[in-house]
Unconditional design. Sequence first.
Length: 305
Amino acid sequence: MNNTCKNILKTLAYFDIFNYPLTDEEIIQFLPESSKLTFHESLKTSLEEKFIFKINGFYSLQNRESLASRRIEGNKRAGQQLKIARRIAKFLGGFPFVKSVSVSGSLSKDYADEKSDIDFFIITEADHLWIARSFMHLFKKLSYLAGKQHWFCMNYYVDEKGMEIVEKNIFTAMEIVTLKPMQGKEYFRKFIEANSWTKNYFPEQKISIGEERIKEMKLRKFMEKILRSKFGDVIEKWLMNVTDKRWKKKTERNKLNNHGERISMIVSRHFSKPNPDIFQLKIINEYKLRVNELLTSHELIEIEQ
Protein backbone atom coordinates (compact mmCIF):
# COMPACT_ATOMS: atom_id res chain seq x y z
CA MET A 1 0.00 0.00 0.00
CA ASN A 2 1.54 3.33 -1.05
CA ASN A 3 1.41 6.52 1.01
CA THR A 4 -1.44 8.05 -1.00
CA CYS A 5 -3.61 4.97 -0.41
CA LYS A 6 -2.95 5.32 3.30
CA ASN A 7 -3.91 9.00 3.19
CA ILE A 8 -7.14 8.16 1.39
CA LEU A 9 -7.96 5.67 4.15
CA LYS A 10 -7.13 8.25 6.83
CA THR A 11 -9.39 10.83 5.22
CA LEU A 12 -12.32 8.46 4.86
CA ALA A 13 -11.74 7.19 8.41
CA TYR A 14 -12.43 10.64 9.85
CA PHE A 15 -15.72 11.07 8.00
CA ASP A 16 -16.63 7.45 8.65
CA ILE A 17 -17.06 8.39 12.31
CA PHE A 18 -20.06 10.40 11.14
CA ASN A 19 -21.20 7.84 8.52
CA TYR A 20 -20.52 10.41 5.80
CA PRO A 21 -19.16 9.20 2.43
CA LEU A 22 -17.14 11.60 0.24
CA THR A 23 -16.77 12.48 -3.42
CA ASP A 24 -13.33 12.10 -4.98
CA GLU A 25 -12.91 15.90 -5.00
CA GLU A 26 -13.70 16.07 -1.29
CA ILE A 27 -11.16 13.36 -0.53
CA ILE A 28 -8.48 15.43 -2.30
CA GLN A 29 -9.43 18.53 -0.28
CA PHE A 30 -9.06 16.72 3.02
CA LEU A 31 -5.96 14.63 2.32
CA PRO A 32 -3.28 15.13 5.01
CA GLU A 33 -0.64 15.48 2.28
CA SER A 34 -0.70 16.87 -1.24
CA SER A 35 -1.06 13.80 -3.47
CA LYS A 36 -2.67 15.00 -6.71
CA LEU A 37 -0.19 13.24 -8.99
CA THR A 38 -0.82 9.80 -7.51
CA PHE A 39 -4.38 10.27 -6.23
CA HIS A 40 -6.52 8.78 -9.01
CA GLU A 41 -4.33 5.73 -9.48
CA SER A 42 -4.26 5.17 -5.71
CA LEU A 43 -8.03 5.60 -5.52
CA LYS A 44 -8.44 2.97 -8.24
CA THR A 45 -6.08 0.59 -6.42
CA SER A 46 -7.94 1.08 -3.13
CA LEU A 47 -11.20 0.17 -4.85
CA GLU A 48 -9.74 -2.88 -6.58
CA GLU A 49 -8.24 -4.13 -3.32
CA LYS A 50 -11.57 -3.40 -1.57
CA PHE A 51 -9.91 -1.17 0.99
CA ILE A 52 -12.72 1.27 0.15
CA PHE A 53 -16.07 1.12 -1.69
CA LYS A 54 -17.86 3.33 -4.21
CA ILE A 55 -21.58 3.80 -3.62
CA ASN A 56 -23.62 6.01 -5.97
CA GLY A 57 -20.69 8.29 -6.71
CA PHE A 58 -19.44 8.48 -3.12
CA TYR A 59 -16.50 6.73 -1.47
CA SER A 60 -16.61 5.08 1.94
CA LEU A 61 -14.96 2.48 4.14
CA GLN A 62 -18.37 0.81 4.39
CA ASN A 63 -20.14 -0.96 1.55
CA ARG A 64 -23.59 0.31 2.48
CA GLU A 65 -26.01 1.83 -0.05
CA SER A 66 -27.90 3.52 2.77
CA LEU A 67 -24.94 5.84 3.44
CA ALA A 68 -25.27 7.44 0.01
CA SER A 69 -29.03 7.89 0.43
CA ARG A 70 -28.49 9.34 3.90
CA ARG A 71 -25.94 11.83 2.60
CA ILE A 72 -28.08 12.94 -0.37
CA GLU A 73 -31.07 13.55 1.90
CA GLY A 74 -28.87 15.32 4.45
CA ASN A 75 -27.40 17.57 1.76
CA LYS A 76 -30.88 18.57 0.57
CA ARG A 77 -32.00 19.39 4.10
CA ALA A 78 -28.79 21.36 4.69
CA GLY A 79 -29.49 23.46 1.60
CA GLN A 80 -32.82 24.48 3.10
CA GLN A 81 -31.32 25.18 6.53
CA LEU A 82 -28.50 27.27 5.06
CA LYS A 83 -31.07 29.68 3.62
CA ILE A 84 -32.45 30.14 7.13
CA ALA A 85 -28.93 30.38 8.57
CA ARG A 86 -28.04 33.20 6.18
CA ARG A 87 -30.99 35.28 7.37
CA ILE A 88 -30.20 34.57 11.03
CA ALA A 89 -26.51 35.41 10.53
CA LYS A 90 -27.45 38.80 9.10
CA PHE A 91 -29.62 39.42 12.17
CA LEU A 92 -26.91 38.27 14.61
CA GLY A 93 -24.40 40.51 12.86
CA GLY A 94 -26.41 43.50 14.03
CA PHE A 95 -25.69 42.88 17.73
CA PRO A 96 -23.17 45.18 19.47
CA PHE A 97 -19.49 44.33 19.02
CA VAL A 98 -20.13 41.39 16.64
CA LYS A 99 -17.54 41.39 13.85
CA SER A 100 -18.13 38.09 12.06
CA VAL A 101 -20.74 35.31 11.97
CA SER A 102 -20.12 31.89 10.41
CA VAL A 103 -22.05 28.63 10.28
CA SER A 104 -20.28 25.75 12.03
CA GLY A 105 -21.04 22.15 13.03
CA SER A 106 -22.59 19.60 10.68
CA LEU A 107 -24.35 22.29 8.64
CA SER A 108 -20.98 23.77 7.69
CA LYS A 109 -20.25 20.41 6.05
CA ASP A 110 -23.54 20.64 4.11
CA TYR A 111 -25.32 18.02 6.19
CA ALA A 112 -28.42 18.21 8.36
CA ASP A 113 -30.87 15.67 9.75
CA GLU A 114 -34.20 16.04 11.53
CA LYS A 115 -32.51 16.88 14.84
CA SER A 116 -29.76 19.20 13.54
CA ASP A 117 -29.28 22.61 15.10
CA ILE A 118 -27.97 25.69 13.31
CA ASP A 119 -24.61 26.31 14.97
CA PHE A 120 -22.74 29.60 14.74
CA PHE A 121 -19.13 30.66 15.26
CA ILE A 122 -18.87 34.31 16.36
CA ILE A 123 -15.96 36.76 16.30
CA THR A 124 -16.32 39.91 18.42
CA GLU A 125 -14.45 43.12 19.01
CA ALA A 126 -11.51 42.81 21.41
CA ASP A 127 -12.44 42.86 25.12
CA HIS A 128 -16.19 42.97 24.43
CA LEU A 129 -16.95 39.29 23.85
CA TRP A 130 -19.05 38.84 26.97
CA ILE A 131 -21.27 41.83 26.38
CA ALA A 132 -21.88 40.68 22.79
CA ARG A 133 -22.52 37.11 23.90
CA SER A 134 -24.90 38.13 26.66
CA PHE A 135 -27.00 40.30 24.35
CA MET A 136 -27.23 37.43 21.86
CA HIS A 137 -28.10 34.80 24.46
CA LEU A 138 -30.69 37.07 26.01
CA PHE A 139 -32.39 37.10 22.63
CA LYS A 140 -32.04 33.32 22.42
CA LYS A 141 -34.16 33.06 25.58
CA LEU A 142 -36.96 34.71 23.61
CA SER A 143 -36.53 32.25 20.74
CA TYR A 144 -37.74 29.48 23.07
CA LEU A 145 -41.18 31.11 23.05
CA ALA A 146 -41.41 30.47 19.32
CA GLY A 147 -39.81 27.02 19.55
CA LYS A 148 -36.91 28.18 17.34
CA GLN A 149 -34.09 27.93 19.86
CA HIS A 150 -32.34 25.30 17.70
CA TRP A 151 -31.85 28.03 15.06
CA PHE A 152 -29.74 30.13 17.44
CA CYS A 153 -26.95 27.87 18.74
CA MET A 154 -24.08 30.33 19.26
CA ASN A 155 -21.64 27.75 20.59
CA TYR A 156 -18.21 29.22 20.03
CA TYR A 157 -16.98 32.80 20.49
CA VAL A 158 -13.57 34.40 20.07
CA ASP A 159 -12.60 38.05 20.09
CA GLU A 160 -9.90 39.82 18.08
CA LYS A 161 -7.27 38.98 20.69
CA GLY A 162 -8.17 35.30 20.82
CA MET A 163 -8.38 34.39 17.13
CA GLU A 164 -5.67 31.74 17.12
CA ILE A 165 -7.17 28.43 18.26
CA VAL A 166 -4.98 26.87 20.95
CA GLU A 167 -6.01 23.25 20.37
CA LYS A 168 -4.23 22.38 17.14
CA ASN A 169 -5.45 18.98 16.01
CA ILE A 170 -7.40 17.34 13.19
CA PHE A 171 -10.75 18.09 14.82
CA THR A 172 -10.20 21.84 15.23
CA ALA A 173 -8.52 22.05 11.83
CA MET A 174 -11.56 20.40 10.24
CA GLU A 175 -13.97 22.73 12.05
CA ILE A 176 -12.00 25.80 10.96
CA VAL A 177 -11.58 24.97 7.26
CA THR A 178 -15.25 23.98 6.87
CA LEU A 179 -16.72 27.12 8.46
CA LYS A 180 -19.19 28.93 6.21
CA PRO A 181 -18.72 32.70 6.64
CA MET A 182 -22.02 34.58 6.46
CA GLN A 183 -21.20 38.05 7.80
CA GLY A 184 -18.03 40.07 8.40
CA LYS A 185 -15.56 38.87 5.77
CA GLU A 186 -12.74 41.19 6.92
CA TYR A 187 -12.58 39.66 10.39
CA PHE A 188 -13.11 36.14 9.09
CA ARG A 189 -10.08 36.63 6.84
CA LYS A 190 -8.04 37.68 9.89
CA PHE A 191 -9.22 34.57 11.71
CA ILE A 192 -8.14 32.28 8.87
CA GLU A 193 -4.75 34.01 8.70
CA ALA A 194 -4.32 33.54 12.46
CA ASN A 195 -4.94 29.81 11.97
CA SER A 196 -2.79 29.13 8.93
CA TRP A 197 -1.51 26.06 10.84
CA THR A 198 -4.56 24.21 9.44
CA LYS A 199 -2.52 23.82 6.22
CA ASN A 200 -0.45 21.26 8.11
CA TYR A 201 -3.56 19.06 8.20
CA PHE A 202 -5.27 19.98 4.93
CA PRO A 203 -2.77 21.46 2.45
CA GLU A 204 -5.21 21.25 -0.49
CA GLN A 205 -8.15 22.90 1.29
CA LYS A 206 -9.36 26.17 -0.23
CA ILE A 207 -11.22 28.24 2.37
CA SER A 208 -14.02 30.58 1.35
CA ILE A 209 -13.75 34.04 2.94
CA GLY A 210 -17.30 35.07 2.11
CA GLU A 211 -18.62 38.31 0.66
CA GLU A 212 -20.91 39.93 3.22
CA ARG A 213 -19.85 42.93 5.28
CA ILE A 214 -21.61 43.72 8.54
CA LYS A 215 -23.70 46.88 8.27
CA GLU A 216 -23.51 48.82 11.53
CA MET A 217 -26.84 50.43 12.44
CA LYS A 218 -27.18 53.66 14.43
CA LEU A 219 -28.59 51.93 17.55
CA ARG A 220 -25.69 49.50 17.57
CA LYS A 221 -23.14 52.31 17.27
CA PHE A 222 -24.85 54.20 20.10
CA MET A 223 -24.78 51.18 22.42
CA GLU A 224 -21.14 50.42 21.59
CA LYS A 225 -20.17 54.02 22.35
CA ILE A 226 -21.73 53.77 25.81
CA LEU A 227 -20.18 50.38 26.56
CA ARG A 228 -16.66 51.32 25.45
CA SER A 229 -15.96 52.76 28.88
CA LYS A 230 -14.80 51.78 32.37
CA PHE A 231 -18.42 51.00 33.15
CA GLY A 232 -18.56 48.66 30.15
CA ASP A 233 -15.32 46.99 31.23
CA VAL A 234 -16.78 46.26 34.67
CA ILE A 235 -19.90 44.76 33.06
CA GLU A 236 -17.74 42.69 30.70
CA LYS A 237 -15.78 41.07 33.53
CA TRP A 238 -18.88 40.55 35.65
CA LEU A 239 -20.73 38.79 32.80
CA MET A 240 -17.75 36.50 32.20
CA ASN A 241 -17.52 35.52 35.88
CA VAL A 242 -21.26 34.92 36.22
CA THR A 243 -21.33 32.73 33.10
CA ASP A 244 -18.25 30.82 34.20
CA LYS A 245 -19.78 29.97 37.59
CA ARG A 246 -23.07 28.92 36.00
CA TRP A 247 -21.39 26.59 33.51
CA LYS A 248 -19.17 25.03 36.15
CA LYS A 249 -22.30 24.07 38.07
CA LYS A 250 -23.80 22.52 34.92
CA THR A 251 -20.60 20.52 34.38
CA GLU A 252 -20.59 19.28 37.97
CA ARG A 253 -24.19 18.09 37.57
CA ASN A 254 -23.26 16.28 34.30
CA LYS A 255 -26.04 18.12 32.51
CA LEU A 256 -26.94 16.87 29.02
CA ASN A 257 -28.08 18.79 25.95
CA ASN A 258 -31.11 17.99 23.78
CA HIS A 259 -29.10 15.32 21.95
CA GLY A 260 -28.21 13.50 25.16
CA GLU A 261 -24.59 14.70 25.11
CA ARG A 262 -22.75 16.00 28.16
CA ILE A 263 -22.27 19.77 28.04
CA SER A 264 -19.39 21.78 29.43
CA MET A 265 -17.87 25.12 28.50
CA ILE A 266 -14.58 26.85 29.26
CA VAL A 267 -14.22 30.61 29.26
CA SER A 268 -11.65 33.39 29.31
CA ARG A 269 -11.63 37.09 28.52
CA HIS A 270 -11.08 36.28 24.85
CA PHE A 271 -13.06 33.10 24.17
CA SER A 272 -16.12 31.08 25.12
CA LYS A 273 -16.08 27.53 23.78
CA PRO A 274 -17.15 23.93 24.41
CA ASN A 275 -14.78 22.04 26.67
CA PRO A 276 -12.34 20.24 24.31
CA ASP A 277 -11.95 17.39 26.80
CA ILE A 278 -15.43 16.13 26.00
CA PHE A 279 -16.66 15.86 22.38
CA GLN A 280 -13.43 16.97 20.71
CA LEU A 281 -11.26 14.47 22.56
CA LYS A 282 -13.81 11.71 21.92
CA ILE A 283 -13.63 12.26 18.14
CA ILE A 284 -9.82 12.47 18.07
CA ASN A 285 -9.46 9.22 20.02
CA GLU A 286 -11.99 7.46 17.81
CA TYR A 287 -10.18 8.69 14.70
CA LYS A 288 -6.80 7.46 15.94
CA LEU A 289 -8.28 4.09 16.82
CA ARG A 290 -9.88 3.64 13.39
CA VAL A 291 -6.75 4.69 11.50
CA ASN A 292 -4.59 2.34 13.54
CA GLU A 293 -6.97 -0.59 12.97
CA LEU A 294 -7.25 0.15 9.24
CA LEU A 295 -3.55 0.47 8.54
CA THR A 296 -2.68 -2.52 10.71
CA SER A 297 -5.26 -4.80 9.07
CA HIS A 298 -4.36 -3.80 5.51
CA GLU A 299 -0.62 -4.10 6.10
CA LEU A 300 -1.22 -7.62 7.43
CA ILE A 301 -3.25 -8.48 4.33
CA GLU A 302 -0.35 -7.34 2.12
CA ILE A 303 2.14 -9.43 4.08
CA GLU A 304 -0.06 -12.53 3.80
CA GLN A 305 -0.43 -12.07 0.06
